[in-house]
Design a protein. Structure first.
Length: 541
């Protein structure tokens, strides 16, 4: 409708996973790198998780361009299958013949195994990609694991890529699936876009669609998009598409803030609790609205079951599912109390909370930076930019730089991170919040403290020896389930660098073989956590 009006060749905000429109954000780039590494490493299982609409399928489509030429790929798009149906689908996708009307799992498995052996002899590699894998049952997952038992001395004959929502991670840690979970050689959790990535993302899609003139979205609407969507690409696409229609209908040259907010209401439903909550409605107004709604004869049950929300809600109460498409009683209750983590948190207050987690009292008159004070007390300071997945990996409390609805910066301290909720300190107040609220307000900057191993150096050169290398070998020995090397063999050589890369890949770090702060923190977490943590159940003790 609006393509000719804005000089576009095609719809820039289709939600179809078209690789041409793929914007290589930091998270998507790392996700693709992990998938490519996993395929080339000849392991059994590769895991990619992420919230609904973050771009998992698009990343997977891009993976196809990086597969070796000898790869034979099968897709399962609807995994709500029985074991028998799964095996039959795998046969169909790989073009494996089986007796018509067969219902025997043994016959299916024999046919699949025969195909895998023949493919290996011909120099081909079989790769099975399963989308929406959070819907797989435990029985089906166990059967999938058994299919990966076929292997040579060098590699598995079947590689499996599992794509799914965060529920999949919780499913895989169940005791019944511990063998499968141990076979996942590469795993990555794809987070939403960072705030500064959204303008680049929007303009990238417009450029691919053929835009050659000016900006179709001014600065303020682009900033507002982060608050409205939490950085979820699919929601950005839906709202931007509707906003361009609105600008076209009004005869405007670009999308202004008013048009964007109108588009958001239309996408999410005009009489929608989410939008009312996000616009900062007062408790009194919320009560009046609720009364009028009830007076109109809409029962709570009807509201719960019928009013779909295509955009996420943010509140301070934990939910069972990370993204809800319905309003529940808890969501209604939040209309009567403050929502979210906005607040006047100062930088000093945030660092006081962080030092307190390390049981360190700081002098308020000390004018040195928090990192300088931490180093004096035997800690290391990591000041970086990332997402919640990074914080989960390192498992340390951190100070986050946030932004409120007026684009004013403030600071908070994340003290705990479990599942879909976090404990967050702002000023003198501590709150339990939904992690999506953090994604909405966090700029990505964080600072955390950690304890370095003895004789820590910022850089290890190939051929290095000494206490730090000994410590590395001991940590890697625990991770790999082997004995530590003799003293004369403990050297930072190509073998150890390879082991570091493998460890980095399995924990979601960039596999560069460099022993930096993040790698040391994650290694320490595997064998004995020193200091406060975000999640007591993360890592080994």
């Amino acid at each position: 409708m609006y393509k000719e009006y804005f000089g576009l060749k095609e719809n820039p905000f289709s939600i179809a996973p078209d690789p041409r429109y793929f914007y290589m954000s930091k998270g998507h780039s790392e996700a693709l790198a992990h998938l490519v590494y996993g395929i080339n490493s000849d392991g059994g299982f590769i895991l990619l998780t992420g919230e609904v609409g973050t771009g998992k399928t698009t990343v997977c489509r891009c993976l196809l361009d990086h597969l070796p030429e000898n790869a034979e790929v099968a897709f399962i798009l609807n995994p709500k299958l029985t074991v028998e149906e799964l095996l039959a689908t795998i046969c169909d996708e790989f073009g494996i013949s089986y007796p018509e009307g067969n219902t025997s799992n043994k016959v299916f498995v024999a046919a699949i195994n025969n195909y895998l052996f023949n493919a290996h002899e011909k120099g081909k590699r079989a790769i099975l990609i399963i989308e929406e894998a959070q819907h797989l049952t435990i029985d089906v997952l166990e059967q999938i694991r058994l299919l990966t038992n076929l292997e040579t001395n060098q590699r598995k004959l079947l590689q499996i890529v599992l794509l799914g929502q965060p529920e999949l991670r919780r499913l895989l840690v169940q005791p019944q699936l511990r063998q499968l979970n141990q076979r996942i050689t590469v795993r990555y959790h794809l987070a939403p876009l960072l705030k500064e990535e959204i303008p680049v993302y929007v303009n990238h899609r417009l450029s691919v669609a053929g835009l050659v003139r000016g900006q179709l979205f001014s600065k303020k609407p682009l900033a507002e998009l982060y608050r409205l969507t939490g950085g979820i690409p699919r929601l950005i696409n839906m709202i931007c598409d509707r906003a361009l229609i609105g600008a076209f209908v009004q005869g405007k040259d670009c999308v202004d803030n008013k048009t964007l907010l109108t588009a958001t209401r239309e996408v999410s439903g005009k009489k929608n609790f989410w939008w009312i909550m996000r616009r900062g409605v007062t408790p009194a107004a919320a009560a009046v609205f609720l009364f009028l709604l009830l007076a109109a004869g809409a029962s709570l049950y009807y509201v719960q079951k019928q009013w779909a929300l295509p955009v996420p809600t943010f509140n301070t109460t934990p939910r069972q599912q990370p993204v809800s498409t319905e309003i529940d009683p808890v969501a209604l209750a939040t209309l009567e109390k403050p929502v979210g983590i906005a607040g006047a948190g100062t930088r000093n207050a945030a660092y006081r909370a962080l030092f307190s987690q390390w049981q360190i009292a700081i002098d308020p008159k000390d004018r040195r930076s928090p990192c300088e004070q931490a180093i004096e007390r035997g800690l290391q300071c990591l000041d970086d930019k990332g997402n919640l997945n990074d914080l989960r990996q390192m498992n340390k409390p951190a100070v986050l730089k946030m932004i409120d609805e007026s684009n004013s910066e403030y600071y908070g301290t994340i003290l705990s991170l479990t599942g879909d909720t976090a404990v967050f300190a702002i000023g003198d107040e501590t709150r339990t919040v939904d992690i999506r609220e953090i994604y909405t307000r966090w700029l990505g900057d964080y600072t955390l403290f950690w304890k370095a191993p003895y004789k820590f150096r910022n850089k290890l050169d190939p051929g290095s020896r000494g206490p730090l290398v000994t410590w590395l070998d001991q940590q890697l020995a625990v991770v790999q389930g082997r004995a530590a090397r003799p003293d004369d063999k403990q050297v930072f050589d190509n073998t150890m660098i390879k082991e570091i890369r493998e460890f980095q890949m399995t924990t979601g770090l960039v596999p560069d073989g460099i022993v930096g702060a993040k790698t040391l923190i994650c290694l320490a977490n595997m064998t004995g956590i020193d200091g406060p943590v975000l999640n007591e159940n993360s890592g080994s003790k």
